[in-house]
Design a protein around this ligand. Structure first.
Ligand code: NAD
Length: 361
């Protein structure tokens, strides 16, 4: 499956077409590629509700950065971007990414995550045809495609079987399979990474850590799904961005990489950790754990995800720089220092109905 020759020929930096670069992870990747890697970046993003263009303001003035507002499903747009910029790599992060939204409205997830990936693969295939060099197609995916672990199961690895349980994870699993097939059938230079839950600055306030943090700041109930026993493996978004750059540069063609922070935590323990940190950072609101409230669980809520990141560590020499405790504290401080960004967004989220109960209602 692997092609070791492809590892050495990638130079650092290069020219990268990033999809979804105004999202939470895409923006961290672009900051890293521009600031630390000397890369040229073209960012193709549709600017959906989840986009945060502010997250790349710090690098947007660089002459190595260009932004294009558009849809990954627009084949002629993608083809023209490939012709105009001739990137070495397509880093594909654009997606619908919120499980609760996928339960209420799966069709956008299928259209963006499956058809969008298909459109990109076809555009790259057509562009590569007749050229002597191939683009690298780096597909960014999730550990959720592997389904749910029991408390005693070994963590997911590169060889774990696919068993997606939500419309979101099913759409990501389908896109992973397309990427693999386009590599095997058409010879595209593909690589896929499957990562655990990310957290950090600029995460849209509908995901668990920002939701809890903001509720704690505003002295509102902290809504824990079910009994809070579900376990997730957490990785700081900037550690993920560094891993993605390594996979892009040095990953083997056709290989998948499982990326995680070795930081399994029960949701209730994450929420308690947020409360304890907030007691230090905002003693006037202490004790914040008095605000913890248990709410109706998400239908089909996977019990446990965990990643064994041994392969990416050994093969690419990647090491996370943050522990969960250091990364969480840094993140909470960031949310406290950047209230003007999330205040309006959180207000909008609050006035909407609870998402993700469609299957149970
Ligand atoms: N957030 C996590 O914890 C996590 C973990 C592992 C993997 N992933 C994967 O990483 C990728 C990025 O996740 P994220 O959390 O940054 O997502 P996000 O929801 O924060 O951002 C997605 C971005 O994609 C853009 N987008 C959506 N549809 C588009 C389209 N049709 N055309 C162009 N742009 C479009 C949005 O405008 C947004 O900027 C996703 O593929 C996701 O499945 C996320």
């Amino acid at each position: 499956m692997g092609d070791p020759s492809s590892r050495s020929r990638r130079r650092e930096g290069g020219k990268v077409l990033v999809t979804g670069g105004c999202g939470f992870i895409g923006s961290a990747v672009i900051r890293h590629l521009i600031r630390d890697k000397g890369a040229e970046v073209v960012n193709l993003d549709l600017l959906t509700y989840a986009a945060t263009p502010e997250a790349i303001e710090s690098v947007a003035q660089s002459d190595r950065y260009a932004f294009v507002k558009g849809d990954i499903r627009d084949r002629s747009l993608v083809a023209s971007l490939l012709e105009e910029h001739e990137p070495d790599t397509v880093m594909h992060l654009a997606a619908e990414s919120h499980v609760d939204r996928s339960i209420d409205g799966p069709s956008t997830f299928l259209e963006t995550n499956i058809m969008g990936t298909f459109t990109l693969l076809e555009a790259v295939r057509a562009f590569d045809a007749g050229r002597s060099s191939r683009r690298r197609f780096h597909h960014i995916s999730t550990d959720e495609v592997f389904g749910s672990l029991s408390p005693t199961d070994a963590p997911f690895t590169e060889t774990s079987p696919y068993q997606p349980n939500s419309p979101y994870s099913a759409s990501k699993a389908a896109s992973d399979h397309l990427v693999r097939a386009w590599g095997e059938t058409y010879g595209l230079d593909v690589v896929t990474s499957n990562c655990s839950n990310n957290y950090g600055p600029w995460q849209f306030p509908e995901k668990m850590i920002p939701v809890m943090t903001i509720a704690a700041v505003e002295a509102r109930p902290l809504p824990v799904y079910g009994t809070g026993e579900n376990v997730r493996d957490w990785l700081h978004v900037e550690d993920h961005a560094r891993a993605l750059a390594l996979v892009m540069e040095k990953g083997r063609t056709g290989q998948t990489y499982a990326i995680g922070g070795n930081a399994e935590r029960r949701n209730i323990d994450v929420v308690r950790a947020i409360c304890a940190a907030m007691d230090d950072l905002r003693p006037e609101g202490a004790p914040h754990d008095r605000l913890i409230t248990f709410v109706t669980d998400r239908p089909g809520h996977d019990l446990r995800y965990a990643i064994d990141p041994e392969f990416v560590r050994k093969e690419l020499g990647w090491e996370p720089q943050e522990t969960f405790e250091s990364g969480l504290k840094q993140t909470l401080r960031w949310y406290l220092d950047n209230q003007e960004w999330w205040l309006g967004l959180a207000e909008k989220a609050r006035t909407g109905a609870r998402l993700g109960l469609a299957a149970g209602s």
